[in-house]
Design a protein around this ligand. Structure first.
Ligand SMILES: [Zn+2]
Length: 120
């Protein structure tokens, strides 16, 4: 089982869980400040593959330069690389919202992923 400490990327936790679980064909469990990933059977998840999936997630939303991914065996933590003051506020015009449920995100690609879930 892989544990991802995402307290520094709390706003992206749900989207990250969906993306990474899909990439690794794993089952995500959302906890307070954490995502855990496990397999349907007893197979283990390669932590390095999980790190790659997380990096792929940040790349897909254009946030690669803002987050670092640290791995220690099966524990992975996400580090926000800037102080809160440097974080650019998202303007309302750059927000995307779901017409089905009102879900709001500043990332268009995440909205597309989200909307897909309504059709599963
Ligand atoms: Zn929705």
């Amino acid at each position: 089982m892989i544990t991802i400490d995402c307290r520094e990327a709390e706003n992206l936790k749900h989207e990250m869980a969906v993306f990474v679980a899909d990439w690794l064909e794993a089952i995500p469990t959302l906890k307070l400040h954490e995502i855990t990933l496990s397999k349907f059977d007893d197979r283990t998840i390669d932590p390095e593959a999980a790190v790659k999936a997380i990096k792929e997630f940040f790349a897909s939303i254009g946030e690669t330069s803002n987050y670092g991914v640290l791995q220690n065996e099966s524990n992975i933590s996400i580090k926000y690389l800037h102080s809160a003051q440097q974080q650019k506020p998202k303007t309302p015009e750059s927000m995307f919202s779901c017409t089905h449920c009102g879900f709001v995100t500043p990332y268009e690609v995440l909205l597309q992923n989200h909307v897909r879930m309504h059709y599963l």
